[in-house]
Design a protein around this ligand. Structure first.
Ligand SMILES: Nc1ncnc2c1ncn2[C@@H]1O[C@H](COP(=O)(O)OP(=O)(O)OP(=O)(O)O)[C@@H](O)[C@H]1O
Ligand SMILES: [Mg+2]
Length: 432
C-alpha cells in the first residue's frame, strides 16, 4: 500500500517552534534568571518538551490522516455522484424501458420510457403490480436464482396489446456500511410487436399462397380423375372439364406470376426508378388495352388528361398500377356505367415545394363497405372472395400496386360509398 509521508516543510517547522515557544522561552527564562543550571535546562527540555513534541507530532499526524480521509471521502462521493448522474443520463436517453429492482422486486430506478410504459407511480413499488403476467413473474423468480441473464416474452398493455421481450440480469454490489453484498435486478424491456407482426404476416402469406395454389390444383386433379374414370367416354364432359382445367391452370399461372412480381418489387423497393415517363401516354395505352374488356360489360372509360409534364418512374410498374386499378373498376363496377380516369391539378404534397401528379379512377357499383377499406391492399384480401375468384382474381393486385406506389414515393387511397361510387386516388411526386 502506498504510504503517504508528510514532506519536510520549513513553514511547518516554524509553526512547530511557534507552538513550542512558550515552553522553550520559559526554560531559557529560568536559566537566565539562574533558577536552573545548564544540566537542569537539558533535563527540563527532555522531560517537558520531548513528550510534548511527540504528542504534538502524533496529533499532527492524526490530523493529516483525518484530512486525507476526508479528502478521499469527498472525492469518492463526488465520483459516485457523477457516475450516478452519468448512469441516469444514459438510462434516460435509451428509448427502451429500463428498470433496476431490489431483491424484493421493488423498483429502485426507472428511465423515462419505463415511466411512460408503466406509469409514474412505479418507484418503490413491486414490479409485478404493474406487469401482471404469469410468464413475467416466473421469469423474475428464475432470474433471482441464477447469474445468467433470463429472457421471456409476454403480452402487455390495454387497449392495444403489444409483445415485449424482457431480459433480466441479476447483479450484486457491496454496500458501504456493513460490507454486506446486496442483490439487484437489471431489467430491460424491448417492444417486439413489429417483429411478431412480420412473423405472423410471413406465416399467413405462406399459408395463403399455398391455399390459393392448392385450390385450383385440387380442382384440376379432381377433373383428371373424373376424366380417367366415370367420364372416360363422355365427349361433352371432356370439353367442359378441359375448359375448366384450362381456367384453373391459368389462374395458377397468374398467381405464380403475381407472386414473383411481388417479390421482385419488394426486392427493388429501395431502388429509385429512372425512366422518363409521359403518364398521359401510359394511361391512354392501358385504357386501349382494357377497352374491349369494358365493352363486354357495356362500360365506357373516359380520360381527361391535360397532363403535360413527364415524371420519373418505372414504366412497366406504373403500367401494372393503372392496369390493375382500371381492371378492378371494370371487374367490380356495374354494367352500363362509366369509368372516369382523371388528372387532378395542383395538389401539393406534404413535403413543401414538391408537387404531386394526382390521378383518380372512379367507377359506379356496389362499392366497398368502410370496414374493408383499411385492409384492401393486404395480400390475398378480397371483399368477396368467391366473386373475385370467379372473375379470375388472385387477390394480389392491390398489394402489388401498393408496393409500386411506395417505391415511387407516392400515395394511394380508396374512398367508397355503398351502392354508389368507388374512387381510387394515386399521387406520384413530380420530382423524385
Ligand atoms: N373498384 C373497386 N370496387 C369494388 N371493390 C374493389 C375495387 N377495387 C378492388 N376492390 C376489392 O378489393 C379486392 C382486392 O383487389 P385486388 O386487385 O387486390 O385483387 P383482385 O382484383 O381480386 O385480384 P387480382 O387483381 O390479383 O387479379 C377485390 O377482391 C375487391 O373485393
Ligand atoms: Mg385486381
Amino acid at each position: 500500500m502506498h504510504q503517504n509521508k508528510t514532506p519536510f516543510n520549513f513553514i511547518r517547522l516554524l509553526k512547530f517552534l511557534f507552538v513550542l515557544s512558550p515552553i522553550i522561552f520559559f526554560g531559557i527564562y529560568l536559566q537566565v534568571q539562574h533558577k536552573i543550571n545548564d544540566l537542569e535546562l537539558i533535563i527540563y527540555f527532555v522531560v517537558a518538551v520531548l513528550p510534548l513534541v511527540a504528542s504534538i507530532r502524533y496529533f499532527l499526524h492524526k490530523l493529516a490522516v483525518l484530512d486525507r480521509q476526508t479528502i478521499l471521502q469527498i472525492h469518492d462521493n463526488k465520483a459516485t455522484k457523477e457516475n450516478q448522474l452519468l448512469l441516469t443520463k444514459i438510462m434516460e436517453k435509451l428509448s427502451d424501458p429500463l428498470l433496476i429492482l431490489d431483491s424484493t422486486n421493488r423498483v429502485l430506478m426507472a428511465n423515462k420510457s419505463a415511466h411512460d410504459l408503466l406509469g409514474k407511480q412505479i418507484l418503490k413499488q413491486n414490479i409485478s403490480v404493474f406487469i401482471r403476467n404469469s410468464a413475467f413473474d416466473s421469469a423474475l423468480l428464475r432470474a433471482h436464482d441464477t447469474e445468467v441473464p433470463v429472457s421471456c416474452e409476454f403480452k402487455f398493455g390495454t387497449p392495444i396489446t403489444r409483445h415485449y421481450l424482457t431480459r433480466m440480469h441479476l447483479f450484486s454490489m457491496d454496500s458501504d456500511q456493513n460490507r454486506k453484498s446486496k442483490q439487484y435486478m437489471f431489467l430491460a424491456l424491448y417492444d417486439v410487436s413489429a417483429i411478431k407482426r412480420a412473423d405472423i404476416m410471413r406465416a399467413d402469406f405462406v399459408a395463403n399462397a399455398s391455399h390459393e395454389l392448392r385450390t385450383p390444383l385440387a380442382s384440376i386433379l379432381g377433373f383428371v380423375e373424373t376424366l380417367q374414370g366415370p367420364a372416360r367416354d363422355d365427349n361433352d364432359a371432356h370439353e367442359r372439364f378441359l375448359a375448366i382445367m384450362h381456367d384453373e391452370a391459368s389462374r395458377m399461372s397468374r398467381l405464380i406470376e403475381d407472386l414473383l412480381s411481388l417479390s421482385r418489387i419488394e426486392r427493388d423497393l429501395h431502388v429509385p426508378p429512372s425512366d422518363k415517363i409521359n403518364l398521359s401516354h401510359l394511361i391512354r395505352s392501358v385504357i386501349n388495352v382494357l377497352e374491349p374488356q369494358a365493352r363486354e360489360k357495356n362500360m365506357t372509360i373516359t380520360f381527361s388528361s391535360g397532363l403535360q409534364k413527364d415524371i420519373i418512374g418505372d414504366h412497366d410498374q406504373l403500367t401494372q398500377v393503372f392496369q390493375n386499378l382500371i381492371e378492378n373498376a371494370i371487374k367490380y363496377g356495374s354494367r352500363n356505367t362509366e369509368i372516369r380516369v382523371a388528372y387532378v391539378k395542383n395538389i401539393l404534397s406534404p413535403q413543401a415545394g414538391t408537387k404531386d401528379i394526382t390521378i383518380t379512377i372512379t367507377n359506379e357499383g356496389p362499392g366497398i363497405a368502410p370496414e374493408h377499406l383499411p385492409r384492401l391492399m393486404e395480400r390475398f384480401y378480397r371483399v368477396d372472395s368467391a366473386r373475385s375468384r370467379s372473375l379470375g382474381g388472385t387477390g394480389l393486385g392491390l398489394a402489388i400496386v401498393k408496393h409500386i406506389v411506395q417505391r415511387h414515393k407516392g400515395r394511394i387511397f380508396f374512398e367508397s360509398e355503398l351502392n354508389s361510387t368507388t374512387k381510387v386516388t394515386v399521387s406520384l411526386p413530380l420530382e423524385q
